[in-house]
Design a protein. Sequence first.
Length: 106
Amino acid sequence: MRVLLDECLPKKLKGDLLEYHEVFTVPEMSWAGKKNGELLKLAASKFDLFLTADQNLTYQQNLESAQIGVIILVTKNNRLESFQRLMPKVRQLLQQGPVKGIVKVL
């Protein structure tokens, strides 16, 4: 599965998924600074999943019609360790097959 990590996530999270998936960050794709709507369209053309911590994304974009699965990581803070605690749940979701729509991982 091809996964895109949003620029709001620590890029070290990439290592938590690389064993089984192709993972790229928004900056690696030269898409840093793109607005969410444009970013989602670009991502949908090359990726199966968009991984983000932007909880406002659900209010800003019509994600139900997006052509890409979205996982929103919900943590108490933006520390790497907080996100890494959620990665086993993310890997479990990805093992079940393509993510459809929006999934929040707490």
